[in-house]
Write a new protein. Structure first.
Length: 304
């Protein structure tokens, strides 16, 4: 049976833009519930300035709880070298780096040009690999930019090519940051990347990260899968949004993604009932804007 790897991002991308501070105990409970549902890869938090992203101020504490869970690969998103050093100290298994493929969004997000970001992150890639950590390099706004509009596909692929050249095994995430992509775009961009830059053993090294702003999240996940991508990001309850991408709403919901692959006969390793319980917990976070159609449908059926 075919198998997809679902990388859960609710504890970081799902929570980062929520205004009211989510108690640390609630974050840890969410991490544990998702692990109990079968999640084995998770973006636990981000080591960023608490002034810039107050919601992530307790990432080190959440990491301590996450690392105690059997078989869970814990990713820390880091914006710079200081964050990278904090991630190493916390014991992160995988370091997540990020930059945008458009100058306007990169400037709004990290106050740097794309060239400046890439130069700094390239050094962190080298040092992370030398420290025995896995690396995920996220490329934001690969399809649409909130400031520049639709992104030319060649521009996005040029940045993918630069990143994959850093190391033969580095994973590259092609991100629909604003949730504005269409399935045909996803199919072309992701398909080109999968075919052109496999890992040395021929396996896939491309991930897809989508949002559901226009209700296209699940369709775009299906397009990425059909294009050969078997690593998919999602957030329980459809939580999420980018504070530097005006108008962007939540990530594609993990329960919707799990249902899609279940209907397609693709193994996810997730327990459906436990996943819905975790998604309900995520959807109850104060200040969030949760989505997740299959969670809502299942809840209605349970109440009937």
């Amino acid at each position: 049976m075919a198998r997809v790897s679902i990388s859960e991002v609710a504890p970081r991308d799902g929570l980062q833009s929520i205004g009211p501070f989510v108690p640390t105990e609630t974050k840890i409970a969410l991490v544990r519930a998702l692990h109990a549902a079968g999640v084995r890869r998770m973006e636990v938090g981000s080591f960023v300035s608490p002034k810039a992203v107050p919601q992530m101020a307790d990432t080190a504490e959440v990491f301590r709880a996450a690392l105690a869970l059997d078989g869970l690969e814990c990713t820390a998103l880091v914006p710079n070298r200081k964050g990278f050093e904090a991630a190493l100290a916390a014991g992160a298994h995988r370091v997540g780096l990020f930059m945008s493929v458009t100058e306007s969004h990169n400037k709004a997000n990290v106050n740097r040009s794309c060239a400046e970001s890439f130069a700094d992150l390239s050094g962190i890639v080298r040092d992370a690999l030398a420290a025995g950590r896995k690396v995920r390099f996220n490329l934001s706004c690969c399809f649409h930019c909130p400031f520049e509009g639709v992104v030319p596909e060649r521009d996005a692929l040029d940045w993918v090519e630069r990143v994959v050249a850093l190391d033969p095994w580095i994973e590259v995430a092609i991100c629909d940051t604003t949730g504005n992509a269409a399935p045909d775009q996803v199919s072309r961009v992701v398909g080109h990347a999968v075919r052109s830059w496999p890992a040395p053993d021929g396996s896939n090294r491309i991930a897809f990260h989508g949002h559901d702003t226009y209700g296209m999240g699940v369709a775009n996940v299906a397009a990425a899968w059909n294009a050969g991508c078997d690593v998919i990001d999602s957030a329980a309850g459809g939580l999420g949004g980018c504070p530097f991408a005006p108008g962007a709403t939540g990530n594609v919901a993990t329960e919707d993604v799990a249902w899609l692959f279940r209907r397609m006969g693709v193994e996810t390793g997730l327990d459906w009932a436990k996943l819905l319980a975790a998604a309900d917990l995520a959807a109850g976070v104060p200040g969030g804007l949760p989505g997740g159609r299959m969670r809502a449908v299942s809840a209605a059926r349970r109440a009937a």
